[in-house]
Each structure stands twice: as C-alpha cells, then as structure tokens.
Design a protein around this ligand. Structure first.
Ligand SMILES: [Zn+2]
Length: 138
C-alpha cells in the first residue's frame, strides 16, 4: 500500500485523476483520513462522516466476481469486442468496481471467480484519451 503524504500535493479527487493514476498502473481510491471509508469513484468529501480530509490510497488489484453478464449488443466503440463479459468484482477491501473481463472463457466464469485488475496499455479509439483497466483471471 502506498500513500501520498503531503496534503498540499494531494491531486484532486476527480474521475480524471483516477484515470491518470491508471496510466501509471495504479488503482487508486479516495480514502477518508478520519473514518477510513474508501471512495471509488473518488469524492472530495466523505459522505459517511462529512470530513473533507481525504487522501489517495493505492488499492490491491485482487478480487472476486460478484456478478457478470455476457454482452452481445454493445455501444459502437465496443462492437469489435462482442461478445465480451462485463462484471463487478469485489476487491479485498470490500470496494466493488465494474469492468470488462478478459482472458477467460465465458463458460468458465462464475460468481466467486478470482480475478485481478490489469491495465490497458493503449487507449481505445472513441474513448476519451484515458487509460482503462480490465479484469483477468488471478
Ligand atoms: Zn469519513
């Protein structure tokens, strides 16, 4: 776990910043310093204790599949990928994040499958020039 310590240098708690971290192959969430609650997507204010003291915390990349679906009809930018699996995984800290699942036959997917987050190296066409993550078998 890596922390960014200097409060003055804490990057903004925006989704854009989240994607900037992805480019550095870091899965980051906003963490409330007071109550410890994690936010992904990030928030500048803790909605649990209303503290504005948060910092960016690096998350572990391992998790378990909570739910998934196989997509056959996709938005235009994902057409070339169909059929693809899209699911939600629960990370070890309890945070749940959605994403595309790669590298495993769809028939082998089931709730509880251990997956980990990996990072796209190339931005997709028709996507804002942001890097993305996906899930693969752990
Ligand atoms: Zn809090």
């Amino acid at each position: 776990m890596e922390k960014l310590n200097s409060k003055a240098e804490e990057p903004p708690f925006t989704i854009e910043q989240f994607f900037k971290f992805l480019k550095e192959k870091k899965l980051m969430a906003a963490k409330c310093i007071k109550c410890g609650k994690l936010y992904l997507p990030p928030k500048p204010i803790c909605t649990n204790c209303y503290s504005k003291e948060l910092n960016w915390t690096q998350l572990g990349t391992k998790g378990r599949l909570i739910t998934y679906t196989v997509i056959h009809i996709a938005p235009e930018q994902f057409q070339k990928n169909i059929p693809y699996a899209y699911g939600i995984i629960e990370l070890e800290n309890g945070l749940r994040i959605p994403g595309i699942i790669k590298g495993i036959e769809h028939e082998k997917l089931k709730v509880g499958t251990e997956l980990e987050v990996d990072f796209e190296t190339e931005p997709s066409p028709n996507w804002p020039q942001w890097p993305r993550y996906y899930f693969k078998p752990a």
